[in-house]
Design a protein around this ligand. Structure first.
Ligand code: SF4
Ligand code: SF4
Length: 96
């Protein structure tokens, strides 16, 4: 599907037509919400982020539905990220 970005507004942006753009950003894990270890990347200083695979997406994204497979345990940052927010519009336009 191709979306004409020139005519798109924040009101047209929904998770249903976005293919989880925000799940391609670096997501730091700053509190324990129960993210399974297999989705956690630990740097040399012990900092934890969501693991991203070679395709750029967080390893917890379902590659067919673009839904979060660990929704109940997703990191705090993911919980705070709002659809239609300034950051959402920005990442939608950059990534898509
Ligand atoms: S919150 Fe925004 S960037 Fe993330 S999936 Fe939904 S529309 Fe896309
Ligand atoms: S944990 Fe879920 S909501 Fe957060 S970046 Fe990964 S797939 Fe997206």
């Amino acid at each position: 599907m191709t979306i004409d970005l020139k005519n798109i507004t924040e009101h047209d942006i929904t998770c249903a037509n976005c293919q989880a753009c925000c799940c391609r950003m670096e997501v730091m894990i700053i509190s324990d919400t129960g993210v399974p270890d297999k989705h956690v990347s630990v740097d040399e200083w012990g900092g934890e982020t969501m693991l991203r695979l070679d395709d750029g997406w967080c390893s917890a994204v379902d590659r067919e539905t673009y839904l979060c497979t660990i929704y109940e345990n997703r990191p705090w940052i993911c919980r705070e990220f709002e659809m239609g927010s300034e950051e959402c519009v920005e990442v939608f336009n950059v990534v898509d």
